[in-house]
Design a binder for this molecule. Structure first.
Ligand code: PMP
Length: 384
């Protein structure tokens, strides 16, 4: 029979061609479907077939849980992109970067001999994790009797800014979450050389559902603790996932190793041009600043093209920006409150599929049209 078509929320009918003008558009997630066209173009060389008898055991031939071939290609990837120094460092795989963030917190807390538990903090607005709050209260007085782990997400989720650690001292350790430190989203000013850096396949190739992440670790003791955590929780990362990741990254590195990044960056740049044009007409809503930086990958100065729009409602009465966008534009975003910030902010995903982005654009254009119309009316009907 005819395949059943799964339409997105704004279309209906047997072939998803009937547009529903007042549909509600979900823009709260973060699945990077914008990279799907690249993988459609590379469908054959990125495909994996696994016969039933293939690699049934837990360990690789050398007894480890980590494919050495995959580790090597990840080191190459960082050399091509120039975003992280891996020389002389250890690499561990995890079930997404989520597992590695937990493993890293565990590893860095382990030698905490003080009576108070280590506080895990990040500078707001931050990617939600099990935090004990914002870094601000501790910037100048991180009491030496207390131990801290600061998670530094750069570029930041939600607002895409390149950030640096804000608290320092012998009682402070840092975890660098570099999920978005790829040319799709930001300039790459330099190869980062931090003690503990975490990356995820989710944002580089877009394969969030494969659940693959990796940590680059300088210190041997911390490395061993992270390996131990991964062994105790999941006994490594699925071998199908490692095989698929290997296949995908091989395609990424084909030729000069730049095709995926150029496709991703072109797509995101185009989306940001559209968004900036729409919002430049607004006094009621503003977007985050995007300042150009020198990029060692593209060898020019470029503005960031973040994965999310971080919108601020400027009118005093629009205290809850998420509710404003639902009520007036049928767009569901994620409230700033979830990121340790104010409800006056809302985050919208820009990494969705082309269809979803086109709809987001239509909805936002409608919202800005309403704003202009309201302004004209309030200036006196004569001007219309
Ligand atoms: N860190 C950041 C900053 C993220 O935005 C995300 C996903 N949205 C993650 C970590 C977790 O990603 P995953 O577990 O899919 O690797």
């Amino acid at each position: 029979g005819t395949p059943v078509c799964e339409c997105n929320a704004c279309y209906s009918g047997p072939d998803c061609s009937q547009f529903i003008a007042d549909c509600v558009l979900g823009a709260e997630g973060g699945n990077p479907y914008f990279l799907e066209p690249f993988w459609r173009q590379n469908a054959e060389n990125s495909a994996v077939t696994v016969p039933g008898w293939h690699r049934m055991g837990h360990e690789y031939d050398d007894g480890s849980l980590i494919s050495k071939q995959l580790e090597k290609i990840i080191r190459n990837l960082h050399i091509v992109v120039g975003n992280a120094v891996t020389d002389g460092k250890y690499i561990v795989f995890g079930v997404g970067s989520t597992q590695l963030l937990n493993a890293a917190v565990h590893a860095l807390s382990a030698d905490d001999s003080s009576s108070t538990p280590t506080k895990v903090v990040a500078a707001a607005p931050y990617y939600p994790f099990k935090f004990d709050g914002d870094t601000t209260p501790w910037i100048n007085n991180s009491s030496p009797s207390m131990n801290f782990i600061e998670i530094v997400t750069t570029p930041s989720n939600p607002d895409g800014q390149l950030t640096k650690a804000v608290i320092h001292g012998t009682n402070v350790k840092h975890i660098h979450d570099l999920a978005y430190y790829w040319p799709q989203y930001t300039a790459i000013p330099s190869a980062l050389d931090e003690d503990l850096m975490i990356f995820t396949l989710s944002k580089v190739t877009g394969h969030a559902g494969s659940r693959f992440g990796w940590a680059i670790i300088k210190d041997k003791v911390i490395y061993e603790r992270i390996v131990n955590y991964v062994e105790q929780t999941t006994y490594g990362v699925s071998r199908e996932t490692q095989l698929r990741t290997l296949k995908l990254l091989n395609v990424v590195l084909e030729g000069n190793g730049r095709r995926l990044f150029e496709f991703g960056n072109d797509t995101m740049s185009f989306r940001w041009e559209i968004l900036s044009t729409i919002f430049s007409a607004s006094k009621r809503f503003s977007l985050q600043d995007r300042n150009a930086e020198i990029c060692t990958f593209s060898k020019d100065a470029r503005a960031p093209t973040p994965a999310y729009a971080w919108i601020r409602c400027e009118n005093e009465e629009d205290e809850d920006c998420r509710t404003v966008l639902i009520g007036e534009a049928n767009i569901i975003g994620r409230t700033g409150y979830d990121f340790g910030s104010k409800r006056r902010y809302v985050r919208l995903s820009l990494v969705s599929s082309q269809d979803d982005f086109d709809l987001l654009r239509l909805h936002l254009e409608g919202l800005l049209f309403l704003e202009r119309r309201t302004n004209l009316i309030s200036k006196g009907g004569d001007e219309i």
